[in-house]
Design a protein. Structure first.
Length: 176
């Protein structure tokens, strides 16, 4: 019974996160724009993503050495930072909408596939991370290890590509 409630809860949260992102990008932007100065949020978001990637790496290092408590601290902190990223990301894009990529030529052939893979995998990481954490916190370690083998590389990829997308969008390519 407990697993069914968790599965339902994780599913609801995952759908709400995807709906929130969809509303921000597809909704009426004028209705949610405000007068907030959000110019620092993209850099902060890249920092949060980069820090999450580092914590995931260190957490993996710890669990390979069977240092469970430091592993748990790293992974829960990475989850907290990723959650903070999501809130900041939604706030930023609710204020400014979609930001066009200003790069031209060959760099566009790198940017858009990277961005698309990042977005698709980011949608999957929400339920993956939640299920992985749920399994660990409920002492279902065999199930935790099985799902973590998928969650870790996907989460790491999403975190790292988030930093690369930021760099390409805000630092590499001139903005129109």
């Amino acid at each position: 019974m407990k697993d069914r409630v968790a599965i339902a809860s994780i599913s609801i949260v995952s759908v709400l996160v995807l709906a929130g992102v969809g509303i921000v990008f597809l909704g009426q932007r004028g209705a949610i724009r405000g007068n907030l100065d959000v110019s620092a949020l993209p850099a902060m978001n890249a920092f949060l993503n980069g820090t999450s990637a580092m914590l995931l790496t260190v957490g993996y290092f710890f669990i390979r050495r069977k240092w469970v408590t430091p592993h748990k601290v790293c992974m829960l902190t990475a989850f907290g930072l990723s959650s903070l990223f999501l809130v900041s990301y939604l706030v930023y894009h609710s204020q400014v909408g979609s930001v066009p990529f200003g790069g031209i030529g060959f760099i566009r052939m790198i940017y858009f596939p990277l961005l698309i893979s990042h977005i698709v995998l980011a949608a999957f990481i929400v339920p993956l991370a939640l299920f992985t954490i749920y399994r660990a916190l409920n002492d279902q370690f065999e199930k935790h290890k099985r799902i973590a083998r998928l969650t870790l590389p996907v989460w790491f990829y999403v975190s790292v590509t988030g930093v690369i997308v930021y760099w390409m969008l805000y630092r590499l390519a001139p903005r129109p």
